[in-house]
Design a protein around this ligand. Structure first.
Ligand SMILES: [Zn+2]
Length: 86
């Protein structure tokens, strides 16, 4: 059981989206969300994130419209986007 969890998290860290993991392992979205919460990992949406893509969930701002309740990009990248808009 633990091996399966580690494997899923490893795939996630390698860029597999939850949607893709669902097609491989089944389970529902909440299963993956709680797993990523447990391991405290989230990938920044910016592939060239200067902080490295794999980060603690605490590096992301809240966004209720997202399934995991966090913004796609880390705080650093999210700020950069808003800089570009102004
Ligand atoms: Zn980032």
């Amino acid at each position: 059981m633990k091996k399966k969890l580690d494997y899923i998290v490893t795939l996630y860290k390698n860029g597999y989206k939850i949607r893709r993991l669902k097609t491989i392992f089944g389970e529902d979205t909440n299963y993956y969300i709680s797993l990523l919460k447990h391991f405290d990992v989230k990938l920044c949406g910016n592939k060239n994130c200067p902080n490295g893509r794999i980060q603690s969930r605490s590096n992301f701002g809240k966004d209720r419209s997202q399934v995991d309740g966090l913004k796609n990009n880390c705080i650093h990248c999210a700020n950069k986007v808003s800089d570009n808009l102004t």
